[in-house]
Design a protein around this ligand. Structure first.
Ligand code: GLU
Length: 471
């Protein structure tokens, strides 16, 4: 990453590009664009070897037009204020596009988690949470963190435990963080939610005949040749859902290297191979790329960058041969790359809504925590009894019996995971259509990202107006 590159600056540029297509007052647009609160902290921890290290960490609340604020916490060596600000801003736009009633926030701790023991990571996470509590930067009604790059269910448990210990008797305390293990108040389906949302979003675009015609591709996901960069939580699940839907995963990339096979790679087998050997390279039957970045430039139908920001810029964008790019990561393309793709007619399905599956299901988790009841608990048996009754009547009238998987499907009452998946599917389909409609209604809008920003700006500005702040 070049020193001059500002991720927040790139988000501002995209915002300004879109703001021209809206009618809002300049002052209001400024208020929406800026970060409302930036909390930069330093605290010491004692390493296992006895040395003391000062940790640099952040929590940025980009917008309070709706509360609580919401967004993940990342652990990475590159974390800096500019990055956390950009990611917090993207959270505001992401939430508003998918109608999740939160303002955007993001947190980051500047550490490479691989270089710390589990004990040290726990100390860091708990101390970070205490600092957030001290400044009232966490709570079910104020600011609700979640997993992001380098964090997961384990870290969310530590956050929850620290928070509840310091808020005895707070009945909604479990809603102070999402992405928790199921046993700690998590919701089924949260782990794979971002990847599933990426799949639903791209599938919806692939189901639009006019768009696919422009790209010279057949409609539907089946048979599409897909490359995924990143085999973390988001990349792995995105690749898996595409594979399950009949797409061919022809390339997979990680930071240590990348592999390809025109016959398709089995995602789970590659995942296991990497776990066993410590590297994605030398997977039986596949070819190694010379450099990991080469995977982004291989011929394919759909390219899914699912790792970190800024991986496709003005330099490598001209070499990208994909027809459709789905931004599963936050900010994988620079504005220069955007310009190049827009000129070439490559469609970029933008991060700020495509990867909103995580926060959408976080919203479901938060609602579950506030309502203190598992989804499906009340209606599952009722629905099954009713379906049994209806099917019985149909069978009696027709004199025929429904058998096998169809019977199970008809009788089945919804479990929590069924409701979460269906809520997510509905959300991603609606968001895709709303953005596409906005784009089609205004042919001057150059790309899907700008259309998504237009949708987001209009919704946040309307929310401000409804609050009576800027009538
Ligand atoms: N870190 C995820 C994101 O960037 C999820 C945030 C959340 O669930 O609050 O969208």
């Amino acid at each position: 990453m070049s020193h001059k590159y500002s991720f927040f600056g790139a988000v501002e540029r995209s915002f300004d590009k879109a703001a021209k297509f809206t009618k809002w007052d300049k002052g209001l647009l400024d208020q929406i664009r800026q970060c409302n609160a930036v909390y930069q902290m330093r605290f010491p921890i004692k390493r296992d070897d006895g040395t003391i290290e000062v940790i640099e960490a952040y929590r940025v609340q980009h917008s309070h037009h709706k509360t609580p604020c919401k967004g993940g916490i990342r652990f990475a060596a590159e974390v800096n204020q500019d990055e956390v600000m950009a990611l917090a801003a993207l959270m505001t736009y992401k939430c508003t596009i998918v109608d999740v009633p939160f303002g955007g926030a993001k947190g980051g701790i500047r550490i490479d988690p691989k270089k710390y023991s589990v004990f040290e990571l726990e100390k860091i996470t708990r101390r970070y949470t205490s600092e957030l509590i001290r400044k009232k930067f966490i709570g079910p009604g104020t600011d609700v963190p979640a997993p992001d790059y380098g964090t997961g269910e384990r870290e969310m448990s530590w956050i929850l435990d620290t928070y509840t210990a310091m808020h005895p008797g707070e009945i909604d305390a479990a809603g102070c963080v999402t992405g928790k293990p199921i046993s700690q108040g998590g919701v089924r389906g949260r782990r794979e939610a971002t990847g599933l949302g990426v799949f639903f979003g791209i599938r919806e675009v692939c189901n639009m005949p006019e768009i696919m015609k422009k790209l010279d591709l057949s409609t539907g996901v089946e048979g599409k040749r897909v490359i995924v960069q990143g085999l973390g939580n988001v990349g792995y699940h995105s690749a898996k859902f595409f594979q399950d839907a009949g797409a061919k995963i022809i390339g997979l990339a990680e930071y240590e290297g990348a592999i390809w096979s025109n016959d398709g790679l089995d995602v789970d087998a590659v995942f296991q191979h990497r776990k066993k050997t410590g590297s994605i390279l030398n997977f039986p039957g596949a070819n190694n790329f010379e450099k990991s970045g080469d995977a982004l430039e291989m011929e394919c139908d759909i390219l899914i960058p699912a790792a970190l920001e800024n991986v496709i810029d003005g330099k490598n964008a001209p070499n990208v041969k994909a027809k459709l790019i789905g931004e599963a990561a936050n900010g994988p393309l620079t504005p220069e790359a955007d310009e190049i793709f827009s000129k070439k007619g490559i469609i970029v399905v933008p991060d700020m809504y495509l990867n909103a599956g995580g926060v959408t299901v976080s919203y479901f988790e938060w609602l579950k925590n506030l309502s203190h009841v598992r989804y499906g608990r009340l209606e599952k048996r009722f629905t099954e009894n009713m379906n049994t009754h209806i099917l019985g009547q149909i069978e009696e009238l027709s004199g025929k019996k429904v058998k096998g998987p169809s019977r199970d499907m008809i009788l089945h009452g919804p479990d929590e995971v069924d409701l979460v998946y269906s809520g997510l599917e509905e959300t991603m389909i609606n968001a895709t259509r709303e953005i596409m409609d906005t784009w089609q209604e205004n042919p001057d809008i150059p790309d899907m990202r700008t259309a998504a920003y237009v949708v987001a700006i209009n919704k946040v500005a309307t929310a401000y107006a409804e609050l009576g702040i800027f009538p």
